[in-house]
Ligand binder design. Structure first.
Ligand code: HEM
Length: 222
């Protein structure tokens, strides 16, 4: 076994703060929605708005970090080994098969994760945040006495925001389950806390690809 450094300091900070904020926003949001009562409507609505600004600031920093570090490249989608990865999650992992893709510092997401996280970042989060911002400023009066966002019906705004919220909760549940499908049930979570992940040597150094190359070289020689 050897350790590889997969998640950098800012990435871990951003990941856990985003997780806490989304859980808090889901709790306060569904209280505003009327699903249950813990804090009371007024408090829930106020905390929801404060946490939403914190999430917006965090996401602006995260976008900046992804651009300057080039980490955005990790999310470029690919179909290479996508089918194998889906088959692994559907059947292979229950029958003791090895992961079809290898995690490295420069490629830490498998093809399915790339697709799912990219959709999360490009569709799910923007729909929830944008509808939340429109919700916040719906029919408010600005300093020039102009009514802000008056054309979009509030029902439509609430629909998109609640849909985004439901999908985020579904994402969260599936995401937490998927984190337990690493080498050991806790290895992925530990990596997101410490930054380091234990990799089996054999799995980390592309043994099968090396074997193939050696085979080809031997054929060429003979
Ligand atoms: C930056 C992001 C967000 C903004 C700006 C935002 C804003 C808002 C606003 C203004 C409201 C109306 C209640 C109020 O006046 O305080 C609301 C309601 C709600 N929010 Fe958010 N929110 C955000 C993120 C989230 C997230 C991440 C979730 C859940 C995962 C969520 C779930 C909800 C729910 C369920 C409601 C009730 C909707 C309804 O019944 O009409 N929100 N949000």
């Amino acid at each position: 076994m050897r350790k590889i450094y997969v998640y950098k300091k800012f990435e871990r900070f951003w990941h856990w703060s985003q997780a806490i904020l989304i859980i808090f926003l889901a709790l306060t949001g569904f209280e505003v929605h009327g699903s249950f009562e813990i804090l009371g409507f007024e408090h829930a609505a106020r905390y929801h708005r404060t946490a939403s600004w914190m999430l917006i600031v965090l996401i602006i920093f995260a976008i900046f970090w992804h651009i300057v570090t080039g980490e955005w490249k990790q999310y470029v989608p690919t179909t290479k080994k996508l089918k194998e990865q889906i088959m692994f999650y559907a059947f292979g992992m229950f029958t003791g098969k090895n992961h079809p893709t290898k995690k490295t510092e420069v490629s830490k997401l498998n093809p399915l994760q790339r697709l799912v996280y990219l959709s999360f970042k490009l569709f799910l989060v923007p729909v929830t945040i944008l509808s939340g911002i429109v919700y916040m400023f719906h029919k408010t009066i600005d300093h020039n006495n102009v009514v802000v966002v008056s054309k979009i019906p509030l029902e439509a705004v609430a629909f998109w925001h609640t849909l985004g919220a439901f999908l985020l909760v579904v994402f969260l549940i599936v995401h937490v389950y998927m984190t337990t499908t690493g080498h050991t049930p806790t290895s992925n979570i530990k990596a997101m806390i410490t930054g380091y992940e234990d990799m089996e040597d054999e799995e980390d150094d592309n043994t099968s690809e090396k074997d193939e190359t050696i085979g080809k070289l031997k054929k060429q020689k003979s």
